[in-house]
Design a protein around this ligand. Structure first.
Ligand code: TIU
Length: 241
């Protein structure tokens, strides 16, 4: 479907209300789908979590990622992690709690939450293409101490389809940062997961409450339905990237 200015767009059935998005100004933002959070022996497990709770988000994200690739939508992946010398890791983060291993300690997937280590990498099912953008972030929010805003501005992005892990930590922090910077965020409910199912539910409710105080929430089926009304030629023919 084309909007009045000729750009291809779709309407996503979302809460608190449907939202119309022009695909050329929309990016798919996949937060921290890293082995360190989803696989045994990584950062998530050292914090005492059951990492199997996050597996449910993989298939829905994979489906939306395939559709985004098909219509030529900008795809941005993020990874939480730190430099090998830990110079970007605040002591207050390293020292937090009583984990079995701390950030930078050796583990079965290399040093915990350190850039370049096997555990820091994105899971194979959602591995970025060379043409896609990967942003490394030291914090929970994807805008803090990263090039995120510059990259999105360069590509003319105004809207974000947001998914990844965990719902109430890095997804929520990033959506709040994005919302304050003027982006419309649609969070893909089944494309997010938490180690705590109740936090997942509340994390989504916090986003869509009060008329969508931080953004919109839609499931992957609704997002796919809106995207698949596009033919790949529609967007690719008009795409400048
Ligand atoms: N611990 C937890 O739930 N999450 C994080 O530490 N990082 C992200 O959410 N990516």
């Amino acid at each position: 479907m084309k909007n009045s200015s000729g750009a291809s767009q779709g309407t996503i059935t979302a809460e608190p209300e449907p939202i119309d998005l022009a695909w050329s100004t929309t990016a798919l933002l996949i937060i921290d789908m890293q082995r360190d959070f989803l696989e045994p022996g990584g950062f998530g497990e050292t914090l005492g979590n059951d990492v199997s709770q996050l597996a449910r988000a993989v298939q829905p994200i994979g489906a939306v990622l395939a559709a985004a690739r098909d219509i030529g939508m900008l795809v941005v992946h993020t990874r939480e992690g730190h430099l090998p010398d830990l110079s970007d890791a605040p002591p207050a983060k390293i020292e937090r709690g009583a984990p079995r291993s701390r950030i930078g300690d050796p583990g079965p997937m290399g040093r915990i939450l350190i850039r370049g280590e096997p555990g820091h990498d994105i899971i194979s099912e959602l591995y970025p293409l060379d043409s896609e953008i990967v942003i490394d972030k030291p914090g929970k929010g994807a805008f803090y101490a990263t090039e995120m805003n510059d990259v999105l501005t360069k590509y003319g992005i105004e809207n974000l389809l947001v998914c990844g892990v965990t719902t109430e930590v890095c997804v929520n922090t990033t959506v709040r940062e994005a919302n304050d910077r003027g982006y419309r965020c649609v969070v893909i409910s089944d494309g997010c997961a938490s180690y705590f199912p109740e936090f997942h539910e509340m994390g989504l409710k916090m986003i869509k409450a009060q008329g969508g105080i931080f953004g919109w929430v839609a499931d992957s089926g609704a997002v796919l339905k809106a995207m698949q009304m596009e033919t790949s030629s529609n967007l690719k023919a008009g795409a400048s990237r």
